[in-house]
Write a protein that binds this ligand. Sequence first.
Ligand code: ADP
Ligand code: MG
Length: 694
Amino acid sequence: SGPEVEETKEEKLKREREAREAEQRSEFEQIQEARKLLPMFPYRDDLLKAVEEHQVIIIVGETGSGKTTQIPQYLYEAGYGKLGKIGCTQPRRVAAMSVAARVAQEMGVKLGNEVGYSIRFEDCTSDKTLVKYMTDGMLLREFLGEPDLASYSCMMVDEAHERTLHTDVLFGLVKDIARFSLAGVLFGLVKDIARFRPDLKLLISSATLDAEKFSEYFDFAPIFRIPGRRYPVDILYTKAPEADYLHAAVVTTLQIHVSQPAGDVLIFLTGQEEIEACEELLRQRTRGMGSKIGELIIAPIYANLPSDMQAKIFEPTPPGARKVVIATNIAETSLTIDGIKYVIDPGFCKQNSYNPRTGMESLQVTPISKASALQRAGRAGRTAPGKCFRLYTAWAYQHELEDNTVPEIQRTNLGNVVLLLKSLGINDLINFDFMDPPPTETMFRALEQLYALGALNDKGELTTLGRKMAEFPVDPMLAKMIIQSQKYGVSEEVATIAAMVSIGGAVFYRPKDKAVHADNAHKAFHRGNVGDHIALMNVFNGWAETNFASQWCFENFVRSMKRARDIRDQLLGLMDRCEIELVSNPQDVEAIRKAITSGFFYHTASLQKNGSYRTVKNPQTVHIHPSSGLSEIMPRWLVYHELVLTTKEYMRVVSEIKPEWLVEIAPHYYSKKEIMEQAAKKLPKTLGKAAEKA
Ligand code: ADP
Ligand code: MG
């Protein structure tokens, strides 16, 4: 052999680059191979043919068959991208982001270029974007700027079976623009022919088999079924009801880990707090077991999880280890995680419920439906036979679970949607073509609330204020609060508070083993004890002063607020567009609370003799959430952000107000007499610290 020649630096770099490229190429090729193995793939050409022949089709296929990731790509490959964007809606933010990232990878492009996503307060698209994933709520907002969806050639309304409020409203809107009714034009029923899009391809896709209802609604659109591949799943029930399903889920996980063959575990819980508690419990319990057991990789997934941590659920499990994914409902049908063999289903999810009679809306942990239970179990049998551990009895399954989940439109406040539809010029809401109409009472409540907020006039028409409110992608009460904040000279503070309440409230972190430290750190933010809104503002401002240092969050036991910062930036931009002046006066806590009350005067309560609270209008008994800084102080009058129903109906994020503000701010809603009568009632001296003072 010849003499060894030393490699030059350039040669070395070149060699390394080539190796890297080869690796990427082979990864890309592997992904292309994997795409061909999906149940969807053999039906690619038939599907494209059906799309060509029909304007609307209903697609049914089991979770994981490739509907969400593949169909938009097929449409793109078939050239629909040349005619306009290919849109795909998702009910959940995390799903939209995660799926877009996956599809960008499959297409070998950078996320945000050809493939992008758009979710509330975050737009990751560009001029180049042709395949666009978005939340159903974002597409609704796009109608405001583009009522005929002119920039799209195809729209896939995905996860239709979830029947979220926004998806249901979308059904009505897309059906309307896709349908060209000659009769409508001839009889003058249709005024604006230009709004119709006979060329827009509509795909409605669902993971459940009852597609007839969708088909019927869309004028008997053809149903395209993708046969699923499913392995048997053994369903095991508990013999007696579980008192503490979180504990039971942890115990079951550990039992699986020590006694069952390889395969990952998926636990369904109801929200971030539960998921964090479960994670902590699992870590505690496995710490003591040391090297006696295989590695347990814990991967949580919920809406507010920072996106860099979301990817962890998809990372392949190394041999000898076991992954435990702890998820909300998001893993039921929106995301498919390969390798799951064991599902633990406690049988609950978090749902909003709405009482149109009292106007009260609250989030509550609710038993799931049989349909949901079936979907959850199905997650265990995607790639091999699996097991599903239901943490409830077979009797409970048979007798206590409803067959199907009630569509959200029938159990939620419609204020937001009504404001949006009014802004789209849809005035006759009673005759809007809903698949399942909301209760009339709920509709009237929404109109009444929008009237009280000043968004509608007494003829039910949108006011200038209402038009401005619709610009903000937030609840009407929050929008009103933001718009009014300038008047009180505190628009910057109110933008901060609006951003903080929008991240879901779980800002203060309180690990069990450091509870005292956490409480002390949190106390500093509640200085002055005027309320949780101001405390949230103090947290944000404290973080901002350190130039947004994550170390500061860690030391002060607060969770990541990056999303709050992004939301705040977006709100400031929207405020600028709506010509709301940015004024600041962080010391004037009274003005800040008045601005909050100007949006939330609906959400007020006063202290009663028995130590509970009663909502001021439509009297209902409520309580201050134990996490509130005011839970022991118990001021006489409160404004609250939201209600959460657990063991009791709790007000979360509350601030003290003065009763005379209600009359000053909302004279059309509260009469002076009614407020003064309530304020004059004597309360026992022993009630709360604030009551003592008074
Ligand atoms: P469907 O919409 O029919 O439920 P998807 O298109 O979401 O199915 O998923 C198809 C397949 O793509 C999944 O089975 C999974 O193997 C793969 N996949 C989807 N998202 C990811 C991801 N983020 N990382 C890795 N694989 C993924
Ligand atoms: Mg899907």
